[in-house]
Design a binder for this molecule. Structure first.
Ligand code: P6P
Length: 334
């Protein structure tokens, strides 16, 4: 009788930890806390249409964007789970203006810092399109036990210890890397656990899907416009397909599995683009590179090499199949 070894997220993390003799288990506990909050947010997202938690929260976040109630709920859920877990000393969040210090006795000697977008793509909540949580894990730079400061939270993406996203789509999945490749786990609600469904994901070297908001075409740089024209008018072996739903996690996930490029360039009205370095670009860049892809600002510069100077800073984003990123850069350089 063949036994299909189904590997749970907890088992996978434990196996990974055993490969590092010096590991303390603290990072494994961070994943435990993220997994718990992900299940709670998944429950709330799935019932959004039933309970009056839809619609504007009535406030705008630091980005000047209308905040949906689920954004705030997700933000609180992840903060609560990471605080109770005791292994996170500070959080920066798209929904928080400044550093959220966690100074409980349980957490003050912890070394990990989380950067998160608790519910990205939330404008899609009311139309039942896929949305997601995006997170990065960093080790603090200043001494454990002391106050966390900006040096601890404004670290380059190359310092990420781990990064991942949860996609609340037709199924709920956690996709993450700790620098040892990219693996995806799908929630089996019947047992309440995430099971390994996509081991060692590799993004195809080339692809035919390009993802960009066509509505900003007139405000893009000429090089990006030329690339979009190239894709629209492609007559080589296969035509390109434009796929974009305005939820980074959903667009990114599709392109990583099928091959493609996700672009959010600088525009005349937003010279640094729209996406946030700490909460969207860096974690997705880490995953992209670990899956064999490329993630740059369109001028050959790796996103993860950018030195952050502000918590909510933005940067142009070109990430996905390496041949496609090289192609758009060849138009930008022309
Ligand atoms: P636009 C969602 O607000 C988000 O931050 C990303 O998830 C998404 O890729 C992007 O903005 C969509 O922006 O301007 O195309 O609506």
């Amino acid at each position: 009788m063949r036994i299909n070894k189904v590997i749970s997220l907890s088992q996978f993390i434990a196996d990974q930890q055993s490969k590092f003799p010096g590991a303390t288990g603290d990072l494994s506990k961070i994943f435990r806390d993220i997994k718990f909050a992900a299940k709670i947010v998944n429950r709330d997202v799935r019932k959004a249409g039933l309970v009056d938690i839809l619609g504007a929260h009535g406030t705008v976040n630091v980005q000047g964007e209308e905040v949906k109630k689920l954004d705030m709920i997700a933000n609180e859920e992840f903060k609560s789970s990471l605080t109770l877990g005791g292994d996170c000393c500070a959080i920066i969040s798209e929904e928080e203006e400044d550093i959220h210090h966690i100074e409980t006795t349980l957490n003050q000697d912890s070394k990990y810092i989380i950067a998160m977008d608790p519910l990205d793509g939330s404008s899609n909540i009311d139309v039942n399109a896929s949305i997601g949580t995006i997170f990065s894990v960093y080790q603090r730079i200043t001494p454990v036990g002391g106050p966390v400061n900006m040096d601890d939270v404004l670290q380059k993406g190359t310092n990420q210890v781990a990064a991942g996203y949860i996609i609340y789509g037709s199924s709920t999945m956690i996709i993450f890397t700790t620098g040892q490749g990219v693996n995806a786990f799908t929630l089996d609600s019947s047992i309440g656990d995430f099971l390994l469904s996509h081991p060692d994901i590799q993004i195809p070297k080339d692809g035919k899907i390009y993802s960009i908001n066509d509505g900003i075409y007139d405000r893009m740089g000429p090089g990006v416009q030329k690339y979009v024209d190239y894709c629209r008018n492609s007559i080589d072996k296969e035509t390109y397909s434009a796929r974009y739903i305005g939820s980074m996690v959903a667009d990114f996930h599709r392109n990583m599995l099928k091959g493609g490029i996700f672009m959010y360039p600088s525009t005349t009205d937003a010279p640094n683009g729209k996406l946030r370095l700490m909460f969207e670009s860096n974690p997705m860049a880490f995953i992209t590179e670990q899956a064999g892809g490329k993630a740059t600002t369109g001028d050959g510069k790796r996103i993860m090499e950018l030195q952050p100077t502000k918590i909510h800073q933005r940067n142009p984003v070109f990430m996905g199949s390496p041949d496609m990123v090289n192609k758009v850069e060849s138009f930008i350089y022309k």
